[in-house]
Design a binder for this molecule. Structure first.
Ligand code: 4NP
Length: 168
């Protein structure tokens, strides 16, 4: 049941956030849900994604994100929307930005620091490394294998996030 603050009772709310909500955060949303489904625990989570910017509101994910996801057997279902602080910061238990710019913008909008964690901080290989670069780079303007590299980063980090948030 959905409560007055938007929180879905009994579920852990997870919101993935990037800039445009057409590349990285839809991939993270799709991968996280796919992993959770494979483990039979998708119904433990209320998962969504959003962008800090509004340029692509209403659009489906970028064709390159859809293609890389499909190649790895993941379906992306998101329609781009902008972060809605009044609603999102109460509905979702965890706000998960893709990079430090997104994180800074979210904290400025009022996200709680203890509930806001960079996606790659959940990657066990990186969290053990001091000074590791925890940004998922923006693939939108890039060329070549950018989306493939970003997919691999997101997949490792989502596996860690699913493990850690399942035990939280
Ligand atoms: P995303 O990528 O933040 O991963 O969805 C981007 C998409 C669009 C733009 C920038 C980044 N843009 O400037 O339109």
């Amino acid at each position: 049941m959905t409560q007055a603050n938007g929180k879905v009772e009994g579920k852990t709310g997870v919101l993935f956030v990037c800039l445009g909500n057409i590349c990285r955060s839809p991939l993270a949303e799709g991968v996280f849900l796919d992993l959770a489904r494979n483990q039979g625990i998708a119904d433990h989570f209320d998962v969504d994604s959003a962008g800090t910017g509004n340029w692509h509101v209403g659009e489906k994910p970028d064709g390159r994100a859809l293609a890389v996801a499909k190649k790895h057997g993941v379906t992306l279902v998101s329609v781009a929307r902008q972060v809605d602080p009044a609603h999102d910061f109460s509905q979702f238990d965890w706000i998960i930005p893709m990079n430090r710019d997104n994180e800074r913008d979210l904290l400025t909008l009022g996200a709680r620091r203890q509930r806001t964690r960079l996606l790659r901080s959940f990657d066990p290989a990186l969290s053990a490394e001091t000074g590791a670069d925890l940004d998922v780079p923006d693939p939108y303007f890039g060329q070549g294998d950018g989306f493939e590299r970003v997919f691999a980063m997101i997949e490792r980090a989502c596996a860690g996030a699913l493990r850690q948030l399942s035990n939280a």
